[in-house]
Write a protein that binds this ligand. Sequence first.
Ligand code: ATP
Ligand code: MG
Length: 779
Amino acid sequence: GRNDAPDYLKGLNPEQRLAVETTEGPVLVLAGAGTGKTRVLTTRIAHILATGKAFPSQILAVTFTNKAAREMKQRIGILIGEGNVEGMPWLGTFHSIGVKLLRRHAELAGIKSDFTILDTDDVVRLIKQLIQAEGLDDKRWPAKQFAQMIDGWKNKGLGPADIPEGDARSFANGKGRELYKAYQERLQTLNACDFGDLLCHPIRIFRAYPDVLKEYHKRFKYILVDEYQDTNTAQYMWLRLLAQRPQSSPLEGEVPAKRAEGVAAEGTAHSSSTRTSSTAARTPPDRASPGHPPLKGEGNPRPSSTVNICCVGDDDQSIYGWRGAEVDNILRFDKDFPGATIIRLERNYRSTAHILGTASHLIAHNEGRFGKTLFTEKVVEDDEKVHVHAAWDSEEEARAVGETIEAYQRQKHNLNDMAILVRASFQMREFEDRFVTLGLNYRVIGGPRFYERMEIRDALAFFRVVAQGADDLAFERIVNVPKRGLGEATIRQIHDTARALRIPMLEAAAKLAESDELKPKPRAALREVAANFERWQKALETTPHTELAETILEESGYTDMWKNDRSVEAPGRLENLKELIRSMEEYESLRSFLEHVALVMDAEQNESLDAVNIMTLHSAKGLEFETVFLPGWEEGLFPHQRSLDEGGRSGLEEERRLAYVGLTRAKKNLHLWFVSNRRIHGLWQSTIPSRFLDELPEAHVEVAESGNSYGGYGNSYGGGSFASGRGGRQNPYGASRFDNVGAEKSGSFSNTYATPGWQRAQANRTEATDRNWGSRSGH
Ligand code: ATP
Ligand code: MG
């Protein structure tokens, strides 16, 4: 009976409980944000363990991040009592489980079990060698670009033999396939593999050695996957191999190439028809009691060909298309696993009605989607609408967010319960700086803090040596960045000289450059380094420090290094460098800026500390917070111009899903911001509020009247639009909006919130027009 159900089942609603208790056969939970999908997975594992259906080692659970895996382990421990399980399920990301598999069977992939996993840098270096060995011009055919291509192929599960002819031809005068093959051979000699191999090797092993695959079929009785909407083709193939038992899979043994291409082709061809067909309607209502009664204990292999796989996901939260994720994988689940129980969860337990209403209304603007109903019964005291705020620029935005956070803090809210979710990582800088000034603890999740990013550390190292020639640590970091052919031997020589003469490394380098102790090539390189620093140090006295900083990054070749870099991260790194230069404007000198940075870097990043969370929207998937701040809702930033340029309509829809992910992270309080001016790519631009703001439902949204600097938006919202003029791309506020707002800036900030915006703006108008705000080009 239901009443004596174990505690862990009691709080679940009937659909959730169905998803937990339907342990046998394929199950898909397709449901919106905050409906308890992850909770279902966790409870399902607890249930399987508590009822003795399987040992922990017989469960395979895939999460999207390592952090999610850790949390899930913890939750399972709590649900069934730490002492009740021995060991833990195979629980982790596709990659971490891939490593585990590959260590066991490395020899079948032609490597040894102590193989190394190469990072992107290693991979690129290796490819460059191969390109050069082929006698090709590595400027014309950049290694980064090829690394990216290989990664793309591996995401699709394609080996050298399988790649499309067109792809192979498009690189290095038709040598693409050859190079890819040479690359794989090289990895093998190095006893190494790259990230893609962590999936592709196991796939190949499973296909080539059916008895190995069978071993895992026997081992894994239950397979669970979170965030299924973001699996890429290789992950999907890997899962199907593990999940589909011979009886149910006539496809078994098919060659990799065919399978992969088939999947990819179907994936695209199907998208619209699959999505509109209603899987919900086909969900058999009588699946509540599955045909196969659960078997207890370990020694009973299931006689049936059903697969106990449970995937949960939300097509509206597919946000990794740009990395090869195939949302169609989730939409064709019932084709892959016939007889699947498909469960919809409609009750959202996370958010208030205003937040949920806002998110649902926004995502309804996407076409190709399943469409779902979501409701919430969450009642909170002083239920607030979603707030939309306007700010003059990102500095004011950060300041105002800081003030709001402090206000919440005074009302006894924990910082831990608040998060700032940004579209692009460069946006973090302003918040981090502000919080350090305020003494507010913060942590950056899913990536380094702004000043800890590789490109920022590199740039800072250049600046530090210029400001303080004896900074050997900084010098060592960048003496060979970008690569100038200074090997370890040369660096050691610089060290030795410095120690022997008791001088800084920079000086030692200058001395060595003039001696004949070095070979001509490193000597020339060192001479250039020394000359550069001498020139920059001199300029420090005469040139404005931001200008000098830009010059340093240009002349050192550092900016070009990233401009020539074809990796997905490169544009973001360039944005970060621009943001770094921008941030220097607020300081009087290079030294005072570096001092500030040292203080920021010193701020503690302690997991157990009460701290505001800062992260990108992408890394916020699956998480939830009491209070969420979403800054930067402007055209070009969100939706991001790059997605629009590269992805067209589908790019826009992916951006909208990202917005949906952002909005649905909030439990109770949600604040959106847009600014009128943002420095993008180093240029001031007057910005247009994001089209997504127009897509929010008036009934659930409140434009902060008092908090914004110009009542114009608040008033016009009633008329239905944030950017009513966007249709023809003519900005209704035009230059005058810009100037008016400019007036705000020149006026005193202390009374920004006291006087109605327009009036003050008028008063200060002349002052504003005097200011030079740089480029005002819009879009
Ligand atoms: P997302 O799509 O964002 O990953 P999700 O569907 O995985 O969301 P969960 O994170 O599992 O949703 O659940 C959202 C919140 O609702 C969590 O705080 C969870 O504990 C809570 N919750 C889920 N189900 C119930 C329930 N039956 N009773 C009470 N709270 C619930
Ligand atoms: Mg989840």
